[in-house]
Design a protein around this ligand. Sequence first.
Ligand SMILES: Cc1cc2nc3c(=O)[nH]c(=O)nc-3n(C[C@H](O)[C@H](O)[C@H](O)COP(=O)(O)OP(=O)(O)OC[C@H]3O[C@@H](n4cnc5c(N)ncnc54)[C@H](O)[C@@H]3O)c2cc1C
Length: 380
Amino acid sequence: MKTFDAVVIGAGVIGMSIAYHLSLAGIKRVAVVEKEKFPCMGSTAYCTGGIRHQFSSPTNVALTKMSLPYFKNFERAMDYPVYFTHRGYLFVSADSGRLEQFEKNLAVLRDFEIPAEFLEPAELARRYPYVRTEDLVGGTICPLDGYADPYGVTMGYFKQARKRGVEVFLREEVIAINISGNELKGLVTSAGKISCPVVVNATGPHLPEVGRLAGLEIPALPFRRQVYVCSPLEGIPGHAPLVVDMDTGFYMHTEKSGTMILGGTDRDSFPGTSTAVDWSLLDGFIESAVRRIPRLQDAQLVRAYVGIRSLTPDYLGIIGEHPDLKGFFIAGGFAGNGFMHAPAIGLIASQLIAEGRCGLLDVGPLSPARLYGEKESNVF
Ligand SMILES: Cc1cc2nc3c(=O)[nH]c(=O)nc-3n(C[C@H](O)[C@H](O)[C@H](O)COP(=O)(O)OP(=O)(O)OC[C@H]3O[C@@H](n4cnc5c(N)ncnc54)[C@H](O)[C@@H]3O)c2cc1C
């Protein structure tokens, strides 16, 4: 039987960040167990790569603020090529009822000394001529928001974690968890038994399934997100901010090449894990997209795909030890923020495991034990 001090289940961006940070925190024998043939084949493979500070929850803002320096220095520190750019997120709305929320979001950012501003429709039209602004009440932009390459970041952590002695077992599925009393003893994979006092469930949309192996219900449900990829269009620059219409959820992300990643109009969907494209959603998507960015009526749809996001009832992620099972940690449920917060999640989880506490921020709102707390409402 193999023996480790800590085993991370899942080699997505969160699992690999945690494994890397555990090795930095002085945990000697660390392993990652991944059911797929390669790392980065789960949600992280479908991730847009956006990084934003504009949240209503101070905890989420703190997680981005903690993570941003890692993205900026990633290539040099991790010796792995990663594209990173500041390009801003632009949130807009035609609903005057949202003005108060915009102001609240900006107040949270001011507390963190993060530059962001409210723009009147005329200024929006001047700066972003491709956005239809006649009906808008305004919008907010944070120039520090940006984009990084999710595959590069995951593989950078993978490379450095292995260099530091972390063992990564691919094509091994965790099929059982061994418990004695209320203490974790190890796990069983498709390749055999592993003895370990600490396990981190970092399985993205599979958090509940793996929780059930330990007899625990984890309140993070998988939701489908359908994404439309379109060819570059004249008039929509490659450096455009990530535009979000808060009224419909529609977003437009433009890649360096000009290729557009569009979606967000399925935020009212039911939980599900099917990755089959639902073409019945196309009409509603086109309507929302063209209403906000008329130029998109000429867009050429190249393909569509579905990725799965893991959502908790209060839209905040989960990091910490389960209150009913000693040694069983959870890191996930981060909705559309798991990539941008992965550096902070790795740091926090490794501190909690190595030192039993976290001095970086108040992790109460993220704790698995929470029954109530702050709620993220800046969701799209
Ligand atoms: C379309 C889309 C766009 C997104 N855009 C953004 C964005 O712009 N910015 C952002 O920050 N976030 C974004 N996200 C969210 C982000 O992708 C996720 O929060 C993040 O990738 C989660 O990482 P993870 O490591 O927890 O999960 P995953 O990447 O899903 O990794 C979990 C791993 O666990 C493995 N696993 C599962 N069960 C087992 C088992 N029993 N045994 C062994 N291994 C197992 C899986 O195979 C998988 O590799 C987006 C998500 C989607 C779907």
